[in-house]
Design a protein around this ligand. Structure first.
Ligand code: ADP
Ligand code: MG
Length: 352
């Protein structure tokens, strides 16, 4: 029904190409998130799926139908934007009913669909209110309600939570995921926030400068990032990346400190390489290497510590509370079987 196929899609504005041929196969009912830094082409791709931008090259299919030349209204999609743009002079109910009225859906049917959406979104008690008398979160829910009443094949979201404060963002994140679990409508969701992507998506598409860097489930991306870009983009605090060299099975830090990495794949030779270690893979270890404490940031549940190790500042996250003062040294080690290796030439992951 709501499968979406994006095949070698390109977009140019005049002479400038901003999407360089991207392909994604989205299954019916999937929740796929496009994530990447500002300007990488996420909104452009979403707007092409919606039919709001021409396609310079390639094909887009929705529900098995080629939609390259189909008007937005004929694509059976519903889009929710960052600026939810509710009609200020209409009540919540009228806002949600508006597109159905335009589509000449019978009155009873409109009422039924609006009440159903209001119930899903917890808006039953607000149907007579005007947008100015709603909180930011409630307005965002009404914007989603307008999309839900249309019962489309595909929902498209473009940074729908960016205008909300941090606490509300976390709450709406859960609500959107719960709604997807209930409705099971194919959803394509754009964000620059990797935490949103990790927590909500079935699969994540990491984009960078108009290309796709990697497609996978959140934990595939986290555990086996395809390259240095994905490794540094997914995860917070970010993976520590240390440029050094291999000598046998030893990694040599910039200042000459050596750490044994254990078994390595046969194809990996001596020479320059990048080592990646996630902050939570460090542990306190009196027998380990000595690292100088630079900064301690307790969150209560854990302690984030910036440490000078091997001539580089790295970040570790520990479950323990740490008494040491900046300038003092503590012993640490890392789970070497979980450390990542990336080729020095092109930053590509080296499978271990
Ligand atoms: P994102 O949503 O990932 O932040 P966009 O898809 O909005 O990125 O933009 C991708 C690139 O396309 C950017 O470099 C942007 O400047 C460019 N771009 C977007 N819209 C236009 C336009 N109408 N004309 C020219 N360039 C555009
Ligand atoms: Mg955008």
């Amino acid at each position: 029904m709501g499968a979406v196929t994006i095949r070698n899609v390109r977009k140019a504005y005049g002479a400038v190409e901003v999407l360089h041929g991207v392909s994604i196969d989205i299954e019916d009912g999937e929740f796929v998130i496009l994530v990447g830094p500002s300007g990488c082409g996420k909104s452009t791709l979403l707007r092409m799926i919606a039919g709001l931008e021409d396609i310079t090259g390639g094909d887009i299919e929705i529900g098995g139908q080629l939609v390259n030349d189909l008007e937005p209204k004929d694509r059976d999609i519903a889009m929710v934007f960052q600026s939810y743009a509710l009609y200020p002079h209409m009540t919540v109910e009228e806002n949600m009913a508006f597109s159905l009225k335009l589509g000449r859906v019978p009155k009873d049917e409109i009422r039924r669909r609006v009440l159903n959406a209001a119930q899903i979104l917890g808006l039953q008690d607000y149907l007579e209110r005007y947008p100015r008398h709603l909180s930011g979160g409630q307005r965002q829910r009404v914007a989603m309600g307008r999309a839900i009443v249309r019962n489309p094949k595909v929902f498209l979201f473009d940074e729908p939570l960016s205008n909300l404060d941090a606490k509300l963002r976390v709450q709406m994140r859960s609500e959107i995921k719960l709604n997807h679990q209930r409705l099971k409508t194919t959803t394509i969701y754009v964000t620059h926030d990797q935490i949103e992507a990790m927590t909500m998506a079935n699969r994540i598409v990491v984009m960078h400068s108009g290309n796709i860097e990697q497609i996978g489930t959140p934990l595939e991306l986290y555990d086996r990032p395809a390259n240095l870009f994905v490794a540094s983009f997914i995860g917070s605090p970010a993976m520590n990346i240390i440029s050094g060299a291999l000598d046998g099975t030893s990694f040599i830090f910039p200042d000459g400190k050596r750490v044994d990495l254990g078994a390595l794949p046969s194809g990996v030779g001596n020479g320059p390489i990048s080592l990646g270690v996630r902050p939570e893979h460090f542990s306190l270890d009196a027998q380990g290497v000595q690292a100088e404490v630079v900064l301690i940031e307790p969150t209560g549940s854990e302690t984030q510590v910036t440490l000078r190790l091997g001539g580089k500042d790295i970040v570790g996250v520990f479950r323990e509370r740490i008494e040491a003062q900046p300038g003092q040294s503590i012993g640490i080690s890392f789970q070497r079987e979980l450390a990542h290796l990336f080729a020095a030439e092109d930053g590509r992951r080296i499978e271990r």
